[in-house]
Design a protein around this ligand. Structure first.
Ligand SMILES: *Cc1c(COP(=O)(O)O)cnc(C)c1O
Length: 486
């Protein structure tokens, strides 16, 4: 077995800057004065701010240490199911840092922003090609924001046909953002149960779909990592009753270059550029959730739209049926440039291969661990696989203990207790960017944890043992959150 990583060396405790500061310390030096001093107007004097006084080296060490407590894709494997935590190539950051992009202001006259508009226009075209949809808006700032755009488009479409619809069908495997986005647009969510085989069945949809139902939100592949193989039949049932199909495209990493949602009955979908297209997931920073539609829904897209005329680009705000603006200016442009750079560096073949590798890696893990953990849906998976802790619970430890113990061995835990229809779910999405050695290490460590659990479950209840912070009291943290460092 590969040697698990064990933490060694110094991990500093860190005070708040306010606790560390001392009156009179300075972290800057002013240039030598070469003009005469003059009194400033007292009305311009700044109010006394509660800012700590610190030296330069204290500030540098403080932030460097805090940055080292972080765990991210550049530190290690992050098999967080449904989140597609693939490595983000550094060339994307390099392209987005070109001064032509970083120094352009959203209020520039259009003539001076042609390059940025061209990138955005071409990204829209690339995403149309990848999804098989007819038009794209890059405005939404996240997947959930794309869903909101999609639901507003559903509503605008039905209203334009003088049809009042109040309900929406949502499978029991859906991400929580789906019913939340629907509710924000005033829809009542009607849950649909997946079949024994983990996918939706047309008969179930037929029973629930009526002319008061705006449509259905489907995630494909779904959050069990299974392809919704009846989607064409389902879309026919929904369309026949005048409804629309929304595809949650968060799992697009399984099907790039293989399935075009626009060709299997989808009317609206979102993509998560910070998942499938390798832009950073944030850490507070922005994401992007472009919304893609077919021809009949084009007039409802958010404005402004980017229009190409000859070799030049302009923005068009005049679309009478548009749902309006969803984001200041044009969306999170820095993220869009990174996705554009990723798509160009991968090329069509590269994107397809990425999906194939993502699926292969997930199946490799599923096969290697199916004798270790209960596999509720025992069939080939797409880009992620979902186990349960049924057998471990009998021995006195759970998914939560396994997740916490993984931290001790240098892995970010997988997604746990989701999807909700699997008790004690452990949802592993390795992505295509992990090497076979790293997949094997994760497999070995999970087997090791199960051995530890069968010998001494109490030890697992105490995990993590080697992390900066020990296990939190989650009930107290949820009931009495302390957000100010108290
Ligand atoms: C991540 C995810 C979302 C929400 O996307 P955000 O970009 O986090 O807002 C929606 N549905 C599924 C299935 C997801 O995995």
């Amino acid at each position: 077995m590969n040697k698990p990583m064990t933490p060694k060396g110094i991990v500093q405790e860190e005070l708040l800057l306010w606790e560390k500061g001392q009156k009179g310390k300075v972290g800057y030096s002013m240039p030598r004065q070469d003009v005469e001093s003059a009194a400033i107007d007292s009305s311009l004097e700044r109010a006394e701010l509660d800012m700590p006084d610190l030296s330069e080296v204290e500030v540098v060490r403080h932030y460097t240490r805090i940055s080292q407590w972080n765990f991210g894709l550049d530190t290690g494997m992050y098999p967080l199911g449904s989140c597609t935590m693939k490595y983000n190539p550094k060339t994307n950051d390099k392209q987005a840092s070109l001064p032509g992009f970083t120094k352009s202001h959203p209020l520039l006259p259009i003539d001076c922003a042609q390059g940025t508009l061209r990138v955005m226009y071409e990204l829209e075209k690339q995403l149309e090609e990848i999804t098989g949809m007819d038009a794209v808006s890059l405005q939404p700032a996240a997947g959930a924001h794309g869903e909101l755009a999609g639901m507003l488009i559903f509503d605008a479409y039905h209203k334009s046909r003088n049809s009042t619809r109040t309900k929406i069908l949502i499978p029991d495997t859906a991400h929580g953002t789906n019913p939340a986005s629907a509710a924000l647009c005033g829809y009542e969510s009607i849950p649909i149960a997946s079949g024994e085989d983990g996918v939706l069945h047309p008969e179930q949809v037929k029973e629930l779909m009526d002319e008061e139902t705006a449509g259905i939100m489907i995630t494909n592949p779904n959050t069990l990592g299974l392809f919704e193989e009846h989607i064409i039949e389902i879309s026919e049932i929904v369309h026949e009753k005048g409804g629309l199909i929304y595809a949650d495209g968060a799992n697009m990493n399984a099907i790039m270059g293989i399935v075009k949602p626009g060709k299997i009955g989808v009317d609206v979908m979102h993509l998560n550029l910070h998942k499938t297209f390798s832009t950073p997931h944030g850490g507070g920073g922005p994401g992007a959730g472009p919304v893609c539609v077919n021809e009949k829904l084009k007039p409802f897209l958010p404005v402004p739209r980017i229009i190409k005329e000859g070799e030049s680009y302009r923005l068009d705000e005049n679309e009478a049926q548009s749902i309006g603006k969803l984001h200041a200016f044009y969306g999170n442009v820095g993220v869009l440039i990174r996705a554009y750079s990723y798509i160009l560096t991968m090329g069509a073949e590269g994107l397809k291969k990425a999906s194939q590798m993502a699926v292969l890696n997930a199946n490799y893990i599923m096969e290697a661990l199916k004798d270790t953990f209960h596999l509720p849906f025992d069939k080939d998976c797409m880009h992620e696989c979902v186990f349960s802790d049924r057998d471990q619970k009998e021995q006195g430890y759970t998914t939560l203990d396994i997740a916490k113990r993984l931290i001790d061995y240098g892995f970010h835990p997988p997604t746990i207790y989701f999807p909700l229809i699997v008790n004690g779910a452990l949802m592993i999405e390795p992505t295509e960017t992990e090497s076979k050695e790293d997949l094997d290490r994760l497999i070995d460590v999970l087997k090791l944890i199960v051995r530890e659990g069968s010998e001494n479950p109490d030890q697992l209840h105490a995990a993590p043992l080697h992390s900066k912070r020990r296990r939190l009291d989650e009930v107290t943290a949820a009931r009495k959150p302390c957000l100010t460092g108290c």
